[in-house]
Design a protein around this ligand. Structure first.
Ligand SMILES: Cc1ncc(COP(=O)(O)O)c(C=O)c1O
Length: 370
């Protein structure tokens, strides 16, 4: 029995190997490794892809969020609203600015921040809201932007799981003042190491991120403001430039494979992902829900099918975040999701037969369980 892994990055490399090897060799032969021509070209190309005027390459998605918040002036004594159901990175980035994270529960259909709850958590100190387009599904941006309206609150999209997704025909990253992307290797657009980007239509915000990512240097060795070191490197930029050319076709493939899951799992008890009519989902993850999730996961593992849980422990219940002061029961939808969600394999290199097999095994499990 051949295993079905949760990700196929080696296969992806094989599929475009000559181009990637060429890009890597080009950087090594040139001998320039930090903030050079590859980064500048990638920033232009990625901005164009997102439909914005500026992209700034940085060292990770976490730091992209941190720098985006810092560029908006977020710091100590400020509060930033974020969903309770997200990668811990979202909250770590808020705390890295010195600001205090205020969490809100999610809408269980989209798995994204529930805008109806914003009014309850916003205070005079709220400076920013981070909608996370989780699993490739855009958050309900219209309601979030209606809420922030004329208030002095920045909206910082976390697009780390949604490269190429769109909402009302606009790409994520272009829907608010400023946005952050991760290029962690497993993302829809992934580097061969860490990487990230901040995108914005506001040239002043972009300029601030450019300064902040390198010690606040306007000119070399002279810090005009206090910054950090968070630079995208030339090797990663060259790799990302190659992969960016394939991102649309990879996302099409993800959606096609997701359609097959929808078709084959339609009449089961699993809760399947929502594809909101206002959005184009890019299925970074295909997340299903079932009360017997752990048993289903163990069964699939025995059958050689790898799955993951994004995420098994909500941020507010993790030991390091006890300081936020939340208890069990604070965010019922997030807590229910963390008990029942399961990410099935979904990536462009997977084939249809593998999806058919996964669905057969799931159905066998569900039948035995009835
Ligand atoms: C939703 C979300 N936000 C932020 C991040 C942080 O990105 P990185 O791992 O590149 O720091 C990730 C990825 O891990 C993520 O999934």
């Amino acid at each position: 029995m051949s295993e079905i892994p949760i990700i196929g990055l080696n296969k992806q490399y094989e599929s475009i190997r000559p181009e990637l090897d060429g890009a890597i060799a080009r950087v090594l032969e040139k001998g320039s490794f930090i903030l050079g021509a590859e980064v500048a070209a990638f920033e232009r190309e990625f901005a164009e892809f997102c439909g914005v005027s500026n992209a700034v390459g940085v060292a990770s998605g976490t730091e992209a969020l941190q720098l985006a918040l810092m560029a908006c002036g977020v710091g100590e004594n400020d509060e930033v609203i974020a969903p309770a159901h997200t990668a811990v990175a979202t909250i770590a980035a808020v705390e890295a600015t010195g600001a205090h994270p205020r969490l809100v529960d999610i809408d269980l259909a989209r798995y994204t921040l529930d805008p109806d709850l914003l009014q309850q958590v916003a205070t005079q100190r709220t400076r920013a809201i981070i909608p996370v387009h989780l699993y490739g599904c855009p958050a309900d941006m219209r309601s979030i932007l209606e809420f922030t309206g004329r208030k002095n609150i920045f909206v910082v999209e976390d697009c780390s799981q949604a490269h190429g997704a769109s909402y009302e025909n606009l790409k994520v990253g272009s829907l608010s003042e400023i946005a952050a992307f991760s290029f962690y290797p497993t993302k829809n657009l992934g580097a061969f190491g860490d990487g990230g980007a901040v995108v914005t239509n506001d040239p002043a915000l972009a300029e601030r991120v450019r300064l902040l990512r390198q010690y606040g240097w306007k000119e070399h060795y002279i810090s005009s403001i206090k910054g950090i070191n968070s630079r995208l490197d030339e090797l990663q930029a060259a790799i990302l430039r190659v992969k960016l050319n394939y991102l649309d076709q990879w996302n099409v493939r993800r959606r096609k494979l997701a359609d097959l899951y929808f078709e084959l799992l339609a009449d089961t008890e699993l809760v399947l992902p929502l594809q909101p009519e206002d959005s184009k989902h890019v299925f970074h993850q295909f997340v299903v829900r079932h009360p017997q999730r752990d048993a289903l996961r163990a069964f699939l593992k025995e059958q050689g099918i790898q799955t993951l849980i994004h995420y098994p422990a909500p941020v507010h219940l993790q030991p390091a975040y006890a300081n936020l002061g939340y208890l069990i029961g604070s965010f019922p939808n997030t807590e229910l999701a963390s008990r029942e969600i399961l990410s099935l394999p979904l990536y462009p290199e997977l084939n249809e037969q593998q999806i058919v097999l996964i669905c057969e095994k799931i159905k066998a499990f569900l039948k035995s369980f009835r």
